[in-house]
Design a protein. Structure first.
Lengths: 69, 69, 69, 69, 69, 69
């Protein structure tokens, strides 16, 4: 499946914190930067996410803001 | 200003494409990866964005999805 | 690629309206209902979207609201 | 109230899973497809949502992505 | 229709800028503050929005960030 | 830091409800209106949010919908 979302960043799951409904999944990119994601706990189970697993962080361009110092 | 958005990635503006209402701003990260953002044309003007300018791509964690192969 | 977004609805592209930066893509579901999407023009080109093409409308659960009469 | 969100799909609440802050509400559409939503627990209470209740799933067009096989 | 979105702010349309696909609608709140919205041009037409019209700005709580100085 | 998000509303934290992953933060604006936000619990801690603290509610324009009666 190829998706319209413009940002697809490859990395590895670093940590997962599970709540009742949502879970926080931290993805480490190759350079060491991390991307934090909130997805449903059901998706964590469905995708069989676990620490160390290779994943993609996927972000729709309209959800990216720009800031300057 | 410090923001609750968990993802703040430093980079440089690579390209800007302006529409009547929205503009597409592509940010190049240090490692060469790019992040594409859609923000209003008014914000591009207000932040005085231009190619080469140092900026941050800012993303709320609830807007990040995870995908696997 | 399998994605964490909980809502993946199969349909066919009904219409595409292109702007300078964003395009509006209307997807018709099997039952005749339509889903309207705004994605970048670059994604319309990259996915080679055209009327009649089989596609999926993909929606993160945190972006779905509930209303009652 | 009439809203700018382009996608308003009528269905019935199938299941509700409550967390401390957010709840997951699954809506079944007439054809049997389901739409999963994450809203606050306070909204579930305020709208008096319960299994079987007729509701609408409401989605802003800019939050819909398109994918192809 | 009553919606799960937690933030519904009453105001008046101050300005509308139309693009090919999206329009920017600025809403003035009673105290003089303004809220800027990007919705589709089709919705501006469908809701018959015009300067001076009484409207509500509607925001899902998961789309609100918090910042501090 | 100056951000592209068009809506930055100054107020004070009125209440915080913490979940395992997300927290609900209610901000009271000067006129008495309230804005409800869902952010991660980690951000509540990181920004040292507490009742009475001066904060900004920040909202990207593409996440604001318009409704009419």
């Amino acid at each position: 499946m190829k998706i319209s979302a413009r940002n697809v960043l490859k990395g590895k799951v670093k940590t997962i914190v599970a709540g009742a409904v949502n879970s926080e999944v931290v993805v480490e990119l190759p350079g060491g930067a991390v991307i934090t994601s909130i997805i449903t706990k059901a998706s964590v189970d469905s995708l069989q996410l676990a620490e160390g697993k290779e994943v993609y962080a996927v972000i729709k361009a309209s959800n990216v803001m720009i800031a300057v110092d």
